[in-house]
Design a protein around this ligand. Structure first.
Ligand code: ZN
Length: 376
């Protein structure tokens, strides 16, 4: 069993204010109205019990000297109940409302979810990245720590409704006098009023603040993918829990690679001579230089597939492929010598093509084409 200081995560010599602050922070996270986790209720009880002891100077003195709040050394006997320091009081002190059923509603509200867009490069989508982002959201007010009250003050039970949050009014109707119940106008139905609202947050318990977060962008994300960060959204009112932050990804268009699903496509231009004779070329990919073998006789439009060099699958394992579309470049702006050589080559291959006429001779491609088209 850890001791009360450890439970509240404060040093042995902590001041009353520090202890209060530490408890408020834990209670906000663990309170059953807010946290439905399986261990939260038990944890909340322990934290509250520790606070009951340490917040009371007399009990604390006994605890500090004997290590036990009962003033005896016979184990950890003092229960959570039975203390004059009722939980309800603690809760009202901090949160300005009553807990549980039947009472007026708490000022505490869960914060809203927030959505921000983040741009990343295609390479970051392939491998994943850590991205620093600035987030403007409501944050817990550092001055009042979400209590809405000026430090040293606390909410007071509303005089008008006497803490019920509701007022009864007699209304005349055709049935005679009818009593109706309406939220108390003095405390807006909360049952308590805040006589000294915090100056920094005007009694809201939160302020606008900018934070810098580093988010982990997993490999495989695409434009429109949303990453949910629990509890990183807007702070709630009156110390209520934070909403969630959603980060929506936008992937920048890459100047070289085109993405289709988890495959990447790239076009590689190969000179006609190299495509004809065969060669090896270096291709700069996201995985570094890759050597590509261009077979002799490569045609424009042929595709070479580099397995596993595409985008990482967001779910499951492995990666898509990188598909290299080969584009054979027809030479332009020939000088006379080059033209002569090509004509000679054409002649040797029976591919002469002059003055817009199909060559009459041989079995070249144009002759074959003419055969296929028939006698038109
Ligand atoms: Zn404040």
């Amino acid at each position: 069993m850890s001791n009360h200081y450890e439970v509240l995560n404060v040093p042995q010599g902590a001041s009353g204010e520090e202890i209060k602050k530490a408890y408020r922070k834990l209670a906000r996270r663990l309170h059953p109205d807010v946290n439905s986790g399986p261990d939260a209720a038990e944890e909340f009880k322990r934290v509250t019990h520790a606070y009951e002891v340490l917040a009371d100077p007399q009990k604390r003195r006994v605890y500090d000297t004997t290590g036990n709040e009962n003033g005896t050394d016979t184990g950890f006997g003092g229960g959570y109940s039975g203390s004059g320091f009722a939980f309800q009081d603690i809760f009202e002190t901090f949160f300005g409302g009553q807990s549980g059923q039947g009472g007026p509603p708490s000022r505490m509200r869960r914060g809203q979810d927030a959505l921000i867009n983040v741009r990343i490069d295609l390479k970051d989508a392939v491998f994943g990245t850590n991205k620093k982002i600035d987030v403007d959201t409501a944050a817990v007010c550092p001055t009042c720590d979400g209590s809405c009250c000026q430090p040293g003050t606390s909410p007071r039970t509303c005089d008008i409704c006497r803490g019920s949050g509701q007022v009864q009014r007699a209304v005349r109707s055709i049935l005679g006098q009818v009593m109706t119940t309406a939220p108390c106008g003095s405390c807006q139905g909360y049952g308590t009023v805040i006589p000294n609202p915090c100056h920094e947050c005007s009694g809201d318990g939160r302020i606008r603040a900018r934070r810098t977060l580093t988010i982990k962008v997993p490999a495989g994300v695409a434009t429109g993918t949303r990453i949910q960060l629990s509890g990183q959204g807007e702070a709630g009112t009156a110390g209520g829990p934070q909403g969630d932050l959603y980060v929506e990804i936008r992937v920048n268009t890459d100047s070289t690679f085109l993405r289709e699903g988890d495959d990447l496509h790239v076009t590689l231009s190969v000179p006609m001579t190299a495509a004809s004779l065969g060669t090896a070329v270096q291709l700069d990919t996201f995985d570094g230089d890759q050597e590509l073998a261009i077979k002799a006789g490569t045609q424009s439009g042929e595709i070479l597939t580099l397995r596993g060099l595409g985008v990482t699958h967001l779910r499951g394992s492995g990666r898509g492929d990188l598909r290299v579309h080969l584009n054979v470049e027809t030479p332009r702006n020939l000088d006379p010598e080059q033209e002569e050589l090509l004509r000679k080559l054409a002649g040797l291959r029976g591919e002469e093509y002059t003055d817009g006429q199909l060559a009459s001779s041989g079995s070249g491609v144009f002759a074959r084409l003419r055969e296929r088209l028939g006698n038109l």
